[in-house]
Design a protein around this ligand. Structure first.
Ligand code: HEC
Length: 264
């Protein structure tokens, strides 16, 4: 009896010890667990949220001038920037292929193509119908130029990561002040050195380009690119709910009319 009691106490101690051991190892592997996400009140969240157009436009500028040297937006064509609900939509140009701003953005990129007469590989200016081109010839080259890790595609990053927009924003603002390779959100080392610094871009609308501002703006832009049909979907959802509500009221009234003379 005594023996078994001792044994079970010993067993419990060993078990507790191994659980604590595992927990603390997991803790160590998780790195900087003290980091607490900074939450932003995103304009696009909520049942009727919409994108902040000015922020998304500035965000495109940050993407173009900073992130585009490493990260592709492979699911996006230039013309998408001018679609309804997109940052550069202009109702004068229902067809984004005619939108001069979109044309200008496209022409700012070099696209690799084939000369249809000679079959040679040529470089030409982009047109709205082109997709954002790859930055590196292949994944190995991308990794070789970036501390061994290929920069992931950003077109659906906001949807792909738990935390969504807050995740992307917090990665961008959580570098240590004195160590551009240490990212608190990622719990330590990251193959992307801090890409942002105050005043890195000059915003056309005069907004001050602090790290926080640029991180918010580029996240707004990437939230749009990850869900370009969000606004249309939300307004359709609203119309559907309204329709169902009216239908419910009408059905209730007709039910009352039909059963009016029947005694319960
Ligand atoms: C010099 C190249 C470079 C630039 C410029 C750059 N990145 Fe990165 N980025 C990387 C690399 C490489 C990784 C992969 C890091 C890793 O997994 O350790 C990365 C990772 C990321 C991640 C985390 C992805 C994940 O897997 O969770 C995000 C988000 C990100 N970058 C966004 C941006 C944004 C936004 C910009 C522009 C403001 C930017 N990056 C600029 C190279 C770059």
């Amino acid at each position: 009896m005594k023996m078994t009691l001792k044994k079970s106490i010993l067993g419990a101690v060993v078990l507790a010890g191994s659980v604590f051991g595992t927990l603390s190892v997991a803790n160590a592997a998780g790195g900087d667990n003290d980091y607490e996400d900074k939450h932003v009140h995103w304009h696009f969240n909520g049942w009727n949220g919409s994108f902040d157009r000015a922020a998304a436009q500035r965000g495109y500028q940050v993407y173009r001038e900073v992130c585009a040297s490493c990260h592709q937006l492979k699911h996006l064509a230039f013309r998408h920037l001018g679609d309804e609900g997109a940052p550069f939509y202009d109702k004068k140009y229902p067809n984004p292929n005619d939108n001069p701003i979109v044309k200008g953005f496209a022409a700012d990129w070099t696209i690799e193509d084939i000369d249809i007469d000679t079959g040679d590989v040529i470089d030409r200016k982009g047109i709205p119908a082109d997709y954002f081109p790859p930055i590196y010839p292949n994944a190995a080259a991308a990794a070789a130029s970036n501390n061994g890790k290929a920069p992931p595609d950003l077109s659906v990053m906001v949807k792909a990561r738990t935390g969504g927009a807050d995740y992307v924003y917090n990665v961008l603002i959580s570098y240590k002040d004195d160590d551009p390779t240490y990212n608190k959100k990622m719990g330590g080392l990251i193959a992307m050195a801090n890409p942002l610094s105050d005043g890195l871009v000059e915003y056309a609308d005069g907004t001050e380009a602090t790290v926080d501002q640029m991180a918010k703006d580029v996240t707004e832009f990437l939230a749009w690119s990850a869900d370009p049909k969000m606004e249309a979907r939300k307004s359709l959802g609203f119309a559907t709910m309204l329709y169902l509500l009216i239908l419910t009221i009408l059905l209730f009234l007709s039910y009352r009319t039909v059963w009016r003379n029947v005694k319960h």
